[in-house]
Design a protein around this ligand. Structure first.
Ligand SMILES: [Zn+2]
Length: 240
């Protein structure tokens, strides 16, 4: 395969073949190796080889502006949906795009991402993106009240979102209300934004105004994206 990439004739054939395959008419379910070969070929010929200065600069180091939390759902890749370029967004993806509260005993994978992105990379924005028809959020809303779980990790993970679920259930007490899933997709983002503030380096930079926290929601049914911020202005309440 490597030889093919260096062959000019094949390169042209590949480019033509590629135009066909990236038209998003259908999901390619062919050979995994072929999908990867074609995908990297596309990236290399349309981006890496085409903009050498860009990638030479990136090779020296990264200085991403964003840390993005998004769901692992295969339909919501932020680099695709928001067109983030290489080097632009440090990325964390997990089931239901949840950020747990600061905890040195659990969830070190998430904690390490936040710590590194904020203290070493100095990201300016942490964006948490929820999405329409999130399976993780539906699972959270449908969790049995007795806390019984039937899997190794999934329910334990999505229980991070329980405060969001409780808020939605208080607002929409009818268990048959389908609106509760959509509502919880956004409430879980807000919960994650609040949880981000339990990380001391996040709290410190937000207070200084060098870091912003934003929530987003991608609706892939209607092709819409909402974005909101949290306002932590300190207002004087009393002066005596
Ligand atoms: Zn999801």
């Amino acid at each position: 395969m490597a030889d093919q990439l260096s062959n000019e004739a094949d390169r042209e054939d590949g480019a033509n073949e590629f135009k066909e395959e990236t038209a998003l008419r259908r999901i390619d379910v062919g050979s995994p190796v072929e999908i990867i070969r074609r995908g990297f070929y596309h990236f290399k010929t349309t981006e890496f080889d085409k903009f050498p200065e860009y990638f030479e600069e990136l090779a020296k180091g990264q200085k991403p502006q964003f840390l993005v939390f998004a769901c692992s759902d295969s339909r919501v890749c932020p680099s695709r949906v928001l067109d983030f370029k290489p080097g632009q967004a440090f990325m964390a993806r997990n089931i239901a795009n949840l950020v747990p509260a600061f905890n040195k005993v659990r969830y070190s994978g998430v904690g390490a991402i936040i710590e590194y992105a904020v203290t070493a990379l100095g990201v300016e924005v942490i964006l948490v993106i929820g999405h329409r028809r999130c399976g993780g959020i539906k699972e959270l809303m449908d969790l049995p009240a007795d806390g019984a779980t039937s899997n190794d990790f999934i329910h334990d993970w999505i229980k991070i979102g329980l405060p969001a679920k409780a808020k939605v259930e208080a607002e929409l007490p009818d268990p048959k209300d389908e609106e509760k899933y959509a509502r919880c997709e956004r409430e879980a983002v807000n919960l994650s934004l609040v949880n981000l503030l339990t990380y001391p380096y996040v709290q410190d930079r937000v207070a200084k105004g060098t870091l912003k926290l934003m929530g987003g929601h991608y609706d892939f049914v209607n092709g819409k994206f909402d974005l909101w911020g949290i306002d932590l202005d300190i207002k004087p309440l009393l002066h005596i």
